[in-house]
Design a protein around this ligand. Structure first.
Ligand SMILES: *Cc1c(COP(=O)(O)O)cnc(C)c1O
Ligand SMILES: [Zn+2]
Length: 415
């Protein structure tokens, strides 16, 4: 049964058929999936969700496909870690890590959006899928399209981390490395998308793709015992994740699935070297000024964010705020999360931890309310960012003496 009614322009509200469309032909606004919520309300209960698959497809009624899912069967449903040690360190009472660093199969929250995009791509009759990526999306489309049997073209900026390049190549896609930054790659892909009949997951399938991010918010609420938290800190690149986390909580509320009223404040975390959304919040400006990215958080290096205005509105409307992290603060954030909670996140997660710390210290986030940090990617993919700031192993000879001298600091035991 399908509850997907069609697509609707986010600006003028005009409705469009549920095809591979993404811009309103009247006002150039972007299109969003529209659902039959009355129909959903009749069938979707907490009980039904609890009996559903242990993946993001447990929320299938709220995702934009017509039939049964055909991709990403094991994605989502990641742990919500009660982070007591980090909470103590940050001086807050109730802190959780939504840990998408362990999302199946490519260790980032992009596996959620790709699960939805590829299921929809199949329904729309595409045999080839493609994407413009800052790295994690490249990994996820490469892997999921291999499993689902699509031809695949992946476009990335040439300066990506080694692990993100190898973590795409291993799935044998057509990987295209572009001399330019993500915004250049994206512009090129829009041109290619208008010429080739490919399903670009984050261009002509974007209205479907983006909805996958809602499942991160659904899971947080379900895992908190059907409650919306007081505060959520999330990283932003295009700004889509932030808008969809907010939408997910509103949908759950509208469907009567929550114990509490949603009063969640949403906060945006961005790297100092690419912070167009955070800058607009911090400066109180209405404009989102495009920037030229220069940061170690390459997964967040989008200088001209497609959903920037919508993300800014969510942050303002919910009473949230924004913060920025320098490269050094990003490294410290990665190490802090690892040292306290045993979770190794990538640079984007370092940005989130560092920004949450700042927002708490500034009093923007109160210390006695519930806080969730969205940790969106895995640290093994961005090792070059911290390889020079984690120290070295102690090298010894395979002898007890050597161990005692070098590791235990016992002097002169050999002679
Ligand atoms: C893509 C990405 C984001 C940002 O997502 P947007 O929806 O584009 O804002 C955050 N974290 C990681 C690890 C990502 O790969
Ligand atoms: Zn419009």
């Amino acid at each position: 049964m399908s509850f997907l009614k069609g697509l609707r322009c986010r600006e003028c509200g005009r409705e469009f058929p549920k095809e591979a469309l993404y811009v309103c032909e009247y006002c150039f606004g972007s299109l969003e999936a529209a659902y039959d919520y009355d129909g959903i309300k009749k069938v979707l209960t907490r009980d039904k969700i609890l009996r559903g698959p242990k993946s993001l497809w447990r929320y299938r009624e709220l995702l934009p496909i017509d039939g049964e899912p055909t991709a990403g069967f094991y994605s989502g449903f990641t742990p919500l870690v009660k982070a007591d040690i980090l909470a103590k360190e940050l001086g807050v009472k109730e802190l959780y890590i939504k840990d998408d660093s362990v999302c199946h199969p490519t260790w980032s929250f992009k596996d959620r959006v790709v699960a939805v995009a590829l299921s929809r791509a199949r329904e729309l009759g595409f045999d080839t899928v493609a994407c413009a990526s800052t790295g994690n999306l490249a990994n996820s489309v490469s892997a999921n399209a291999a499993w689902a049997g699509f031809k695949r073209y992946i476009f990335i900026p040439a300066n990506l981390e080694r692990a993100k390049i190898i973590g795409s190549l291993v799935y044998a896609p057509n990987l295209v490395s572009v001399n330019g930054n993500y915004d250049d790659v994206n512009r090129l892909c829009s041109e290619i998308a208008s010429k080739y009949r490919w399903g670009f997951v984050n261009i002509n399938l974007r209205a479907y793709y983006a909805e996958g991010s809602k499942t991160l918010g659904f899971e947080i609420a379900e895992q908190l015992g059907w409650r919306a938290p007081d505060h959520i800190v999330a990283p932003a690149a295009s700004g889509s994740l932030i808008t969809k986390i907010w939408k997910s909580l509103q949908e759950f509320e509208k469907l009567g699935l929550l114990e509490n009223k949603v009063k969640t404040k949403v906060y945006c975390a961005q790297p100092e070297g690419c912070a167009p959304i955070a800058d607009s919040i911090l400066s109180g400006s209405e404009a989102i000024k495009p920037v030229k990215p220069d940061t170690i958080a390459k997964s967040l290096a989008i200088g001209n964010p497609a959903d920037g205005y919508y993300a800014k509105d969510v942050i303002r409307d919910t009473g949230g705020w924004a913060a920025k992290a320098t490269n050094d603060e990003i490294r410290e954030g990665i190490k802090l999360l690892a040292r306290t909670e045993g979770i190794f996140t990538e640079t984007a997660g370092g940005v989130t931890v560092a920004c949450a710390k700042k927002l708490i210290e500034q009093g923007r986030i109160p210390r006695n309310e519930s806080i969730v940090l969205a940790i969106t990617g895995n640290g093994l993919k961005t090792q070059e960012a911290i390889q020079d700031s984690v120290g070295e192993a102690k090298l010894i000879d395979p002898k007890l003496d050597s161990f005692e001298e070098i590791v235990m600091g016992v002097q002169g035991s050999t002679t």
